[in-house]
Design a protein around this ligand. Sequence first.
Ligand code: EPU
Length: 424
Amino acid sequence: MENDYILVRQTSQLQGSVRVSGAKNSVLKLMAASILIPGVTRLSNVPDIADVRLMQQVLEALGVEVSWPASDSVQMDATNLTSHKAPYELVVRMRASTAVLGPLAARAGAATVALPGGCAIGARKVDMHISGLEALGAQCKIEHGYIEVAVPETGLQGAEVMLEFPSVGATENLIMAAVGAQGTTVIINAAREPEIADLIDFLISAGVTIKGRGTTRLEIEGVQTSKLTTEVEHKVVGDRIEAGTFLVAGALVGGPITVEGFNPEHLAVVLKKLREAGAELEINTDSATITREGAIKATTIQTLPYPGFPTDMQAQFMALMSVAEGASVITENVYENRFMFADEIARMGADIRIEGHHALVKGVAQLSGAPVVSPDLRGGAALVLAGLVANGETQIAGVHHIDRGYEQFCEKLRSLGARIERFS
Ligand code: EPU
């Protein structure tokens, strides 16, 4: 897989409809949350992507039995946990493995999780995860490259925790740890991404009382995990980022294409920006249709925690702005180093200047196909999108990055008429 590459040829028309899978950034946390359930968790609308397979391995290392009753559903049986250690070999390949910290602390009273280390898009610290767990009474230390969490005999205690920044991962870990605490935990300045609301829905259906879903102030009533429902079923929320990626493809090439299987309210700012960029959108409850007839217009974006413009859509938008009329400024506020994509698309003739966390993108009339390498998951997808409108052929290496988060990406684009092939 490491040597696979994608070949995209300039495509004059994209048409038809495409269905997005369940959200990567939700399913990974829901799988981690299954650790809390002293029985069986069944998830549907599960994308079969590399990160989900990795999370499966993390859970299996803890003694959770994982199976796939259907190609889009996964079942976890966490009746008997046999370990509380998430090994380095797995965590280093996927930062989201740290989502097991909170549920392990709550259910097993201990967690040993390798430090994820740096990653391509920035340092991505875990300080807020740790200080949050400490506020609930856990003892945390970092030793030999592992985060060691120990819960005292008296158990975790509900507390008020204020996050310095609405971190998605810290909010999720704290919610899950709070389930096993005595009393109420209040999280202030919580992240409110739709994937967090999905985790809350899951926990509510497992018997937890949580107030404030979708807001920055969450109140979680601790319960003994042994009292939780022993059979929980949940459908994973549709992937708003996958949806946004296809919508940008529509804006680039023209459309009309319809993207189904997600809630357009979860992508409100992106839809607004697509309109500003010259696209027309028709919105339904679980789909959106995009067309563009006039020129692509430059528009300014800045990434922010939800409901702001998602950082996970930044590279795709940079691809769109690369061929817009005029200049656009893209500001990245969530990560300190998420502009690696700019260097790759520059090889295709894009005119982009980076100044700190701003990118000045001057639209060019035409990109030219070139060999490029996926810098990360979203950057890889954005290179494919750029390839659709670049003249000639674009060859994209590093496809394993795309496989982490997009299910059947080439197949779905091909079903819309994209001239795209994958080679091993
Ligand atoms: N941060 C800290 N300390 C912490 C936690 C976070 O400094 O304790 C910083 C990070 O270094 C980063 C920023 O806060 O600069 C945001 O991090 P956050 O914790 O919100 O992100 P995450 O939970 O690590 C999830 C998604 C990312 C997505 C971000 C932001 C998953 C598995 N990952 O990461 O998704 O970019 O939220 O929305 O849910 C992707 O899908 O391509 C992806 C990178």
